[in-house]
Write a protein of this length. Sequence first.
Length: 273
Amino acid sequence: MIRPTEGWNEAARSTFRRGRERAFHVSRFVARRRRDERLKPLQVTPLTVFNLAILLASLLLLVFVLADPYLVAFQANMQPEVRGFLVFVTDLGKSDWMLFAAGGFLVFQLFRDVSFYGLRQRAAILRASAAAAYVFVAVGATGLLALVLKYGIGRARPRHFEAEGVAAFHPFSTEASWASFPSGHATNVAALAMALALLFPKARIAVLVFAFWIAVSRLATRSHYPTDVIAGFILGCAGAWLTARLFAKWRLVFRLDRDGRLRRRRIAESDRI
């Protein structure tokens, strides 16, 4: 007679063994991917980078002069109901739930038993897992970059406006009150929105507009200046877009067409793990 605990232990060992074997196959599958040499992930020239940097710097400087100093007055005149709603919405910009959802889905797919599924269903599972991996990398890597930048730049948050003004910086500070630029929430939600927009192009307007308002909600909490939010939003979108192009280089999730544009990639017979 098999005891219930023995049955549970055997099921756990079987699940762990299946996950370990599948993780090995996935790592070997990725390591053996041939890169797509037809198109470069990012075709830019030094002049293009310089022009883009000048454009972004000019935009941020304009907002810095015209909007940042008036943030306190904007918050003072905001209706309590509006502020309360924006404070509630702003928590959606945290990367915790984004990474937990994408990572949890990957772990679930790694350990689940798919032996009784057909080839079509396995291909759909593989495609969804690859998309979740892309979202996890895009949000995680871009958010980490924003974290390094904000503590390295060390801009004071708006709560220090009365004493320090809008141009107060303490580089490499470890205090959160000196980590305003760029906005981490705006970066996270923009990266997620851009990733979803690339995965589901028909919904791109909705997800990007929704992400924009979550980013704007950071102004109501007196946590960031407008320049912080704009910089974070641009960083998040650019990070997710560049990550997608790097995935396309390895022929994962996306592909590059003849014009160098991103396209969703279908799972082929040779891609199945």
